[in-house]
Every structure is written in structure tokens, then in C-alpha cells.
Design a protein around this ligand. Sequence first.
Ligand SMILES: NC(=O)c1ccc[n+]([C@@H]2O[C@H](COP(=O)([O-])OP(=O)(O)OC[C@H]3O[C@@H](n4cnc5c(N)ncnc54)[C@H](OP(=O)(O)O)[C@@H]3O)[C@@H](O)[C@H]2O)c1
Length: 253
Amino acid sequence: MKSLFSVAGKTVLITGGSRGIGAMLAEGFVRSGATVFISARKVGELEDCCARLAKLGDCRSLIADLSTTAGVQALVDAVAQHTDTLDVLINNAGASWGAPLDQFPESGWDKVMNLNLKSLFFLSQQLLPLLRRAARPEAYASIINISSVYALMHSPLNTYSYSASKAAVIALTRQLAADLQADHIKVNAIAPGYFPSAMTAPLDEQAMVAEIPAGRMGRLEDIAGTAIYLASTASDYMTGRTLALDGGILASR
Ligand SMILES: NC(=O)c1ccc[n+]([C@@H]2O[C@H](COP(=O)([O-])OP(=O)(O)OC[C@H]3O[C@@H](n4cnc5c(N)ncnc54)[C@H](OP(=O)(O)O)[C@@H]3O)[C@@H](O)[C@H]2O)c1
């Protein structure tokens, strides 16, 4: 049973791994014995995070701007310089934009859709050769997409493009899952509730916690535990699903 949930020795790419949920995921996988590549745009924050995690295990950094398909291709090329197989891809990098409905700008639509949805699709597509090389019938390769509870409920923050992008990620997860089953690649998503990060820092923590039946924000163990399950052979019979990870927010509505 221990090896069923093991990710030791697996090669993992986590986009947006320099802080917040991505850094929590990276720490969980590094501590579990995986080789972890983290990517982000800001060099200082990325290198600091990588240096901290490299003390715990095997962590490497790759600078990448995923706001364009050229940036996606650059990350794919950088990954391919280090490894020719990839067991786990975690599409975590994301951005949000909130503005009143009548003033919501096109720039807030394009920025969010390009990063959260378009780049997620093309990064997954471009990394398929590496994922296919890692995938085996007895140990599937895994794509894990980070969605949001705002894909599944009304957002009080006027996050029109964000909510739509995260709902599209759920649809894309299901579509890719069916199409990649024959390749022994499973594709699942996690829809987090509220986790402490730069994205939630401007929000009122007390108000967020008041919405959560569990009475607390999400933690590293919560997100890493769920992702490790989705990355390990324990979940090889599950694909195309989205797991809400929200301390009961959706259950209570
Ligand atoms: N925190 C929550 O409560 C929560 C809830 C639901 C879903 N989520 C989702 O969880 C994921 C992580 O969010 P977070 O809260 O941890 O946010 P965060 O702290 O803002 O982290 C975002 C990460 O993505 C990277 N990133 C942003 N824009 C990028 C770009 N154009 N190219 C490449 N990397 C980029 C950031 O690094 P650079 O800025 O250096 O590029 C950073 O590493 C997102 O998909 C978010 O939608 C978060």
C-alpha cells in the first residue's frame, strides 16, 4: 500500500511553482522524493523558492512566461533539455482579474484566458511526447489542472474571465482525459477553495474563513495530499474528474 501512493523518483513539472499553491505543491512533491521542476516569470522569487526546496530534496527552476504560446514553447524546450520523460504535469500558473460587470476590460479577459486556459492547453499538448514516454499501463502519467471553486459557484469578486476560464479547464480536463486514456495518461483537476497566496492576500481573511465550514484556509498538506494522490498509481483508474478541495464551501451551498 505504501508504494501505491508513492511519487518517489517521479519527474514533475509545476507551473507557477514559485509561491502560493504552486510552492506548496512543490514542497509536497520534493519532500516525497520526486524530482520537481518549478517555473515562473520572476527570477528572484523563483530562485529563492527553489533554493529553499533544494535543501529538502531535488528541485530545479525554469524561468518561463506562459502568457504567450512562444513562452509556452520556450518552457517545453527548457524542460526537454533536462529530461526526455515527464511523469506529472501540474498546470497551476494562473491569474485573476476582478472588475465591475459594466466596466470589465478586454485586457482583463485576454490576460486571464490566455494564461489560465490557452497556455494550459498548449503546454499540455506540447509536453505530450514526454508524458507518453513516461506513461505505462501499470503506472499512468498524470496531468493535474488547477481549477477553482469559482468555476462551480458564483464569485462575489466580479471575476468574470477567471470563473469562465476555470470552468473551461474542467471541460478541457474531461475532454483530454477521454482522448488520452489509450496513452495511459490520466487527466484530473483540483478546484481549490481559499488558500493563502498572493492571489488571496488582498482579500479579507476573516470573511473568507467565515465562508468555510472547516473554519480555516487550505494548507500545504491539503493541496499536496490531493495532488500526490492524483499523481500516484492509487488514482490510475480515475480520469476526467475534478476534485473540489474547499473545506466544505460547495457542500454547504
Ligand atoms: N489561492 C487560492 O485560494 C486559489 C483558489 C482557487 C484556485 N487557485 C488557483 O491556484 C493557482 C495558483 O494560484 P495562487 O493563489 O498560488 O496564486 P499566486 O500566489 O499569484 O501564484 C501564481 C503563480 O503563477 C505564476 N505566474 C503568474 N503569471 C504567470 C505567467 N504569465 N507565466 C508564468 N507563470 C506565471 C506566478 O509567478 P510569476 O508571477 O513570477 O510568474 C506564481 O508562481 C492558480 O491557477 C489559481 O487560479 C487559487
